[in-house]
Design a protein around this ligand. Structure first.
Ligand code: GDP
Ligand code: IMO
Ligand code: MG
Length: 419
């Protein structure tokens, strides 16, 4: 039986997962999402065409591929309908399947997310405001609603009303209006009608596809350092973003998993708040942001920028079981005279090579390497400047994982595939 290969983010998201999934999808029969929701923003560039996908898996441009949204995803029907409309995906029936066990994000989840962020004030997480945290919280406290419940709207409304009645004071404290029953009924009926052709038990579907020896690619959202357990808590998202999340998020077992590819930028970015040891608040950080067009795909917020963190990358590679890394956006370092790499952390005067449970008081220890001129768009390893090859080898050595893919631009063609 085939195994499912996986793409997973190594840093704080936005590493370039969409580009690699789209590119590899040409060789796969199935692409599946397993966690997160429309907080994700995965960009695909083909020639002069640019797509930003939030919920739809990045295999959608492969006409022959089946796309799956698994039970571990929190799913906003409204955002999904908008995404289908915006991209003119009108021929995806029979190509896209959505788990009836996935939990729903409705307007009120989004309103709770935003209201709670406002209450946190200076301690805000800097969420995308899409309702991700509240939807996962309600799922875990067994007050959530699965997409399959759209098959019986009356029962669903009854259950929602029950939840609203029991939480009147909470809604009042957050200054959120409890949804009107008729409006809700109309909205949910619309979702039910739209989603009917897509909903199914994707657990059995993926088992069947594996049994038929179909080639399956699993698409992670966010990144390892945003993982609810292993990330920089509490400045994280609300799901397990690491490779282990793919098992629970799709109904696979660890033996179903094949090759794991970690997607990592040649430098580092983060959107939202929380610790970031290698952040560069000076001129060079600004240059990284400008050259890398570092603005959030989902929220448009400027991304914080800094240097490659080998301590974090080694930790992430071990957590995910990466077979190879895909080194992204190497072209963004074009023109830098010197490039910094964080090789260790210093905590209270002591040097460590292990990523700690908390990043409090962590200082990065840097090594500097020589830069190169220009490599943007190069798609042959032997054409890379000597110093870029040295940089790649240095990262491999520090992280202990082979680099199997090098990306030198946003387009599919601007990629070097190594054996
Ligand atoms: P994702 O969330 O991991 O899929 O990443 P995003 O799409 O949010 O952000 C990555 C951005 O970098 C997108 O705008 C991509 O088009 C772009 N990108 C991907 N790979 C490269 C690369 O090698 N070089 C450059 N310059 N841009 C890239
Ligand atoms: P992709 O899949 C980068 C960040 C938010 C915030 C934290 C929690 O495109 O890599 P949430 O809305 O999830 O509760 O926000 O997580 N975040 C991302 N950062 N890329 C993403 O997705 C992200 N999804 C969430 O900025 O710091
Ligand atoms: Mg993104």
């Amino acid at each position: 039986m085939n195994k499912a290969d996986m793409i997973v983010g190594i840093q704080w998201g936005d590493e370039g997962k969409g580009k690699i999934v789209d590119m590899l999808a040409q060789k796969y029969n199935v692409v599946a999402r397993y966690q997160g929701g429309h907080n994700a923003g995965h960009t695909i560039v083909v020639g002069d065409k640019k797509l930003a996908l939030h919920l739809v898996p990045s295999g959608i441009l492969n006409k022959d591929a089946i796309n799956i949204i698994g039970n571990g995803v929190v799913f906003s029907p409204k955002a999904f309908m908008q995404e289908i409309k915006d991209n003119g995906f009108d021929d995806i029936k029979g190509k896209l399947f959505i788990s009836d066990k996935a939990h729903m994000i409705l307007n009120f989840h989004q309103e709770i997310d935003q209201a709670r962020e406002e209450l946190r004030g200076a301690k805000a997480i800097g969420t995308t405001g899409k309702g991700i945290g509240p939807a996962y919280s309600l799922k875990v406290e067994r007050n959530g609603h699965r997409l399959g419940e759209l098959r019986d709207i009356k029962k669903l409304i009854y259950s929602l009303e029950d939840y609203f009645n029991n939480n009147k004071e909470y809604f009042k404290a957050l200054n959120i209006k409890i949804p009107n029953k008729d409006v809700l009924e109309k909205e949910l009926s619309e979702y039910a009608e739209f989603l009917k052709p897509f909903l199914c038990d994707t657990t059995h579907l993926i088992w069947k596809l594996l049994k038929e020896d179909k080639k399956i690619l699993l698409e992670g959202a966010q990144g390892t350092l945003l993982d609810i357990d292993h990330g920089t808590y509490p400045f994280v998202t609300s799901s397990n973003t690491i490779s282990a999340g793919a098992c629970s998020g799709l109904g696979l077992n660890p033996k179903d998993i094949g090759k794991v590819t970690g997607i990592v930028k040649a430098y580092c970015t983060r959107v939202g708040n929380g610790p970031f040891p290698t952040e560069d608040l000076g001129e060079e950080g600004k240059i990284l942001g400008k050259n890398g067009h570092e603005f959030g795909t989902t929220t448009g917020r400027p991304r914080r920028c800094g240097w490659f963190d080998a301590v974090a990358c080694r930790y992430a590679s071990r957590l995910n079981g990466c077979d190879i890394l895909s080194l992204m956006k190497l072209d963004v370092l074009d023109g830098f005279e010197k490039i910094k790499i964080c090789t260790a952390y210093e905590i209270d005067g002591k040097k460590t090579y292990d990523f700690p449970s908390s990043l409090e008081n962590v200082q990065p220890v840097y090594e500097e390497v020589d830069g190169w001129g220009k490599l943007k768009g190069i798609n042959k390893y032997e054409d890379l400047p000597e110093n870029a090859i040295k940089y790649i080898k240095k990262i491999e050595e520090l992280v202990g994982t082979k680099i199997g893919i090098i990306s030198t631009g946003p387009d599919r063609k601007e990629t070097i595939l190594l054996n």
